[in-house]
Structures are given as C-alpha cells and as structure tokens.
Design a protein around this ligand. Sequence first.
Ligand SMILES: [Zn+2]
Length: 481
Amino acid sequence: MSGLFKTVVMSAVIHQRQFLNPEALKALQRRKLERLVAFARKRSPFFRDLYRNVPERGFALEDLPPVTKRMMLESFDSYVTDPRLTLRDLRRFVTDPANIGKRYLGYVAYHTSGTCGEPAVIVHDERSFGSMRSVHMARGLGHRFRLSATFRRLREPLRIAAVVMDGGLFPGFCGFFYAPRWAGLISDIRIFSLRDPLDRLVSRLEEFRPHVLTGYPSIVAQLAQERLAGRAKILQGTPDDLVACLGESLTAGARSLITKAFPCPLSNVYGAGECMVIAQSCGVCGCSACRSRPDSGKANVMHVNDDMAVFEIVDDEGRPVPPGVRGSKAYVTNLANRVQPFIRYEITDVTSRVEGECSCGRGLPLIGEVTGRTDDPLSVAGRDGGDVLIQPYWLMVPLIGFDEIRDWQVRQTRRNELTVSLVFAPGRRVETPVVEEALRGSLRQSNVDAPLEFHVEAVEAIPADPVTGKIRRIWSAIETS
Ligand SMILES: [Zn+2]
C-alpha cells in the first residue's frame, strides 16, 4: 500500500509539473542532467573516458558526445554502472522466455525488437521503471488515475487491456507485465496476445470489457475496423473509456480509423525501449481546457516530457534543426535511468518541433508526427486464394530469439515467397531448416494459413535503404494489389 501511496503522490506531482512554465521545466531538466552526467562519470568507465574533455561544471549539452547503439553494445560491460552486469549474461537472460516475470539482479531487463537495427539489451533500475509508470499514469492516462479518482479506483479498478507482443521480454510487454503488486488494487491490467487470431482476440476483449484499450496502432486500427464492421463490441461508452496507442508511429490512416470507431479520447504515447515515455498527446486529461479543444485527443502533436527526458531533433550531422523542419534522427537522454545511462543516445526516429503553445496550458514543448518506426504487414495469398496478412512481429520474434543471429532482414520477393537474409555472429551459425521451422512455427501459432516458400541466405551485412538510409527489417519488394 505504501508503494501505491508513493506512486499516486508522485503521479500527482508529475501531473502538476507539466503545467509549469517552460523556463522552470528547462531548469529542472538541467539539474537532473547534471546529476546524471556526474553519476555516469563516476560509475561508468565508458562515460568517464567519453567525457574526459568535458568540463565537470557548466558544460553545454552539445559538449557531450552522442552515443550510438553500436557504441553502447560494443562497450556494454564498461558502459553500465553496475559492474555485475555483462552483455553476454544479459543477452542470454532476455532471450530466454523462461525468464518472463523474473528480474535480473533486481533490474527489469528486456531486448528491443531490432526492427530499426540490431536488437539492444536494456536494463532499468526501479527508479527509471517507476518514473515511467508514473508518467504514463499521470499524463498518458489522464484523469483516470488522478489523486481524487484513487478511492473510486479502489472500489472499481480500471480495466486496462494491453494488446502487445508477448512470449518474450519485449519493451511493450514488460511495461505492463512488470506492474507492481499494488497496481492490482486500482487497476486490472490484462495482457492480450498480438499473436492471437483477430476473432479470438475480439471475443477475449469483449469478455474483459476494458475501460482502456492500449497497444500498437496497427492492431488497434484492426480492432477499430472490426468495430466499425459491427463485429466487435469493445469500449462501450463509459466516461473512463480511452484508447492509448504506443510502440509505433500513429499514422494518419490509423488515427482516423480509430477516432471514427471509438467514441472516446485517443492518447498517443511516444517512447523507445531506452526511454519509454518521451512524449504523449494531450487532450485526455478531462479538464475543461482539453474538453473545449475542437481537436481534443485527435491532434497528432505530442508534448515532450522535458522534466523526464531531453529530446533533441537533429540533422545527419547531429546539428539541431529549426522548428517545423523534420530532423533525420534524434538524441534522447533518459533522465531517470542510472544503471544504463542513455545520454544523447541516437535513435532513428524522424519528427519535428512544433512551435507555439498548446491550448491545454502545458509548458511541455510540442513535436509532430513521429515516423520511421513501423513495418507494414505483408499481404500473401491464403490457401483459398484470399488475402492473408502477416504481421511483422510474427517474423521478427523467432529471428531475434536466435543468439547466433546478429542481424536479419525478411523481404517478400514474390507473393508467397520470403527471402530471409541473416548476418551471423562471428564463428556461429544456424542451419537453414532450423530457421525455417522457427518461422513456420511462429506463423502456425498466429494462424497464418498460407503456402509459403522461404529462401534463407547468409550475408555479410544488411544494406541500408538507399532512399531513407535506414535498414528495413521486413518489407515487400513486390507491388501488392
Ligand atoms: Zn496540449
């Protein structure tokens, strides 16, 4: 109960803090950054060396050299601030589904999907994970967890349905699965598997009767489609109803479908495995300012959590871009995580600053739509000739489960032919039939019933897309009708 009390109070503080003026928020951000940098220098040999020419005091943000995922992974054992952690042991831990529900030396650990590059291994200390939870409660879910609502929640817990990729230690899954015990007093968080066929997923959701439906926009949009077609009765119009999208960019198409199907606010949370709540949309808190906005909960701008993270939108050379101009990547600093410091850490998401103040009164700066984080499902022909969709996760999960595979790509080369390119770790290999069977097994489990041909090949490296400069993990090289 004390954990619940602490988090509710912290959530109340975090809720109030977003209405501070921008200068006060920047000052708070600066204080937290200085503390984090000092800690990283003291405890991480990697950062001590990286910052050897950076003054101890009065440094500018740009004085801190950016860090890439490759740098972090290559120096992992000296990068983290707890010397007991090693990449080898952690990788083994996070790729073994038997560890779901367990902590590693007291830390929550998971791996990112690797849809935007090599999978990263992430560890969170309790402080980092707890603050993520509070931000989500206070800002992503709005009034549903306000202090005044807590007593009501004790009588009727908020039912939250999280439709995420399960079966492994993935960020979205862990964010919900590792809820503390007290969370059960005020909320009933139920995880639904993305791997379930749609009709089974719908009937399980109908049975649960959630107030909050949360998940990747692609699956929420599919559920919206089902609702519009009269095949799903999800979210039946209570004042607590909310749809919260996370984990992928919310495209204009998905947004319009979701807002059409669900008569409730839509919250969009933007985060990365390295920093789970970078920004979120407003218009969900239920205050009069939000309610009076004509585009309440629908606008695709988000408030950056300046008090929890530093988010810089930069060009190819790492220089900040002016408001309104899309950057080509971003640097994120997670101000809460001490065990694995992410300071000016490069992520490949693309977005732009939006100038001006939001009518909701929050002092947190605005960004526009975030792109570069989604893989489209592949459309193949089913046994009856009809279209069958393969969600990227179903192909991704078995591949990232192999320790031996360092990098990979799946290309649809013909309607029902998939070419799987694999980069093996030095001196290691997985036989083709083993890879193929893992992929077929995952598709069977996801009820994909289509005759498919796989071509598995070993390659030296996965080339980046010449247009975007990014590696696309799963994509179709054919024109689909
Ligand atoms: Zn706002």
